[in-house]
Design a protein around this ligand. Structure first.
Ligand code: ADP
Ligand code: ASP
Ligand code: MG
Length: 468
């Protein structure tokens, strides 16, 4: 089989883990054709964001401290994951060249006190560039024929929407095939940086947080892979985040649509669009645990039998969101106000996660990512307050969104009643309920501090810990 393997940040966090990953790739490559996609080590991407923001504010000392942490992490891992002296020396030189480049970029940002979305993406690309070099080195150390590529070199072409770039699939498919097929045919393993692409001018872009999953599925679709495996630090997609619900259970199989719904609501930090390329081509995805090879994980696929005794499959929660309420008496019957709101937000690049309109039509509530709040409120105020249609735009940012997910809810009466009764029984106030047309999920908003308890109440109500 032709398999794309993606290893997440925890899976490559340290020299021993990188060696373990190299062994997994090596073992499977005996019987299969493998393409490996690698994330940045541990929380390196968070550190890079922090460092770039500090550079913008001219905080050179803090920048140097974080830089040292990143440098130490990679040099220490390198020492463990590669044994051969010459190879270690040559990979170390490459790592040092990349670190010097990063240092120069940061000094530039400090000088200019300017961090554009474009230069931020450039800074973020270093995490994957460094980690992938180490995995590649570790593979060669154990005698595996492998070649190193960045997402740009491999031919992932995106638009120029820095921070959240979208692949241009036709160009990407063509280039990826042209560049990787010859490598695969000669029996070598391409080892590719996750998360990174380049726009049509060749400028580095990133695909958005969790974007290495997306890289894997883009390559899977381009190369017509048999399956894409996302190797991570839990057994698979689970009935809830195991950090919140101790009794959460791994789901054996789930449909693309259910998995997308879970990704939107924060499951496994998976990029919400990551399943699009493989869904179109009906390529199955497996989520597997790097540290528990005996478990076969979760299979995400097209046709999943609906189990009537399991209408709800998972409960997920997303933090870092904000609620905006737009009110005004003239919105009653005010034809097209909703359309106008969506158009303004779309024009300003704000993605809407949830929408709800009150029955009286005097208010519309929307949920968006918290980092978009300023942009969203400003653009709505500028465009709507003078129009006479809208009286007030208010917002709350101490909230979280919860989704109850399962395709069996379609046409099963009484699920919503059970959801809200379970939440109310804990004395938790529901601030907004979203209208879902897909009936794949029921989503609602509560105060941030109530999130964990609501999740646990729902997990109990639908008996998700039990294997039935
Ligand atoms: P990776 O680095 O491998 O991409 P992430 O950290 O992005 O992994 O995602 C894995 C984490 O997602 C898990 O450690 C788990 O705590 C969290 N998570 C949240 N919700 C779920 C869920 N429903 N199923 C599985 N994992 C979940
Ligand atoms: N390193 C990137 C992030 O932390 C991409 C990924 O891990 O998927 O978002
Ligand atoms: Mg992830």
């Amino acid at each position: 089989m032709r398999l794309v393997f993606k290893f997440g940040g925890t899976s490559v966090d340290g020299g021993e883990r990188i060696k373990h990953v190299a062994n997994i790739i090596s073992n499977y490559s005996k019987e299969h054709q493998i393409i490996a996609v690698i994330s940045a080590m541990g929380d390196t991407t968070d550190l890079l964001i922090d460092m770039a923001e500090k550079a913008k504010r001219g905080k050179e000392k803090s920048v140097n401290e974080i830089f040292k942490k990143i440098e130490d992490r990679h040099l220490k891992a390198l020492d463990t994951c590669i044994n051969k002296i010459d190879l270690k020396k040559s990979i170390k030189e490459k790592v040092e060249v990349i670190l010097q480049e990063l240092n120069r970029v940061l000094m530039g940002i400090i000088q200019l006190r300017e961090l554009t979305p474009r230069s931020k993406d450039y800074v973020l690309s270093f995490g994957e560039r460094l980690s992938t070099l180490l995995v590649w080195g570790s593979l060669r150390d154990i005698g595996i024929d492998a070649e190193y590529f960045t997402g740009k070199d491999v031919g992932i072409v995106t638009d120029s929407n820095y921070g959240e770039a979208k692949p241009l699939m036709d160009a990407t498919k063509h280039l990826v095939r042209e560049r990787l097929e010859p490598i695969l045919i000669k029996g070598s393993i391409p080892v590719v940086t996750g998360f990174i692409g380049a726009d049509q001018d060749g400028v580095i872009t990133t695909l958005g947080r969790g974007g290495s999953d997306y890289t894997a599925t883009i390559l899977g679709a381009a190369l017509n892979a048999d399956e894409v495996w996302l190797w991570t630090d839990v057994d698979g997609l689970m009935t809830a985040d195991p950090r919140i619900v101790k009794s959460a259970r791994t789901l054996d199989v789930i449909s693309y649509l259910e998995a997308i719904e879970m990704a939107i609501f924060g499951a496994k930090g998976m990029h919400p669009r990551a399943l699009e390329p493989v869904m179109e081509a009906s390529i199955p995805v497996r989520v597997r645990n790097t540290f528990n090879l005996n478990n076969f994980g979760t299979l995400i696929t097209k046709d999943v039998k609906i189990d009537s005794s399991r209408v709800v499959k998972a409960i997920n929660l997303v933090r870092n969101v904000a609620l905006i309420n737009i009110t005004g008496p003239s919105m009653v019957g005010g034809f097209g106000t909703a359309a106008r709101i969506f158009e303004i937000l779309a024009r300003n690049g704000v993605n809407i996660m949830m929408i709800s309109q009150s029955v009286s039509e005097s208010s519309i509530s929307i949920v968006i990512r918290k980092d978009m709040l300023n942009r969203a409120v400003n653009s709505l105020e500028v465009n709507l307050l003078g129009s006479g249609l809208v009286k007030e735009v208010t917002w709350e940012d101490n909230i979280c969104a919860i989704a109850v997910i399962g395709s069996g809810m379609r046409g099963t009466p009484g699920v919503a009643a059970r959801v809200f009764k379970a939440v109310a029984s804990k004395g938790i106030n529901v601030k907004m309920i979203a209208q879902g047309s897909s009936e794949l999920s029921i989503s609602f908003v509560v105060k941030d501090v109530d999130g964990d308890e609501a999740i646990r109440a729902l997990h109990d109500e639908f008996k998700l810990a039990e294997n039935i």
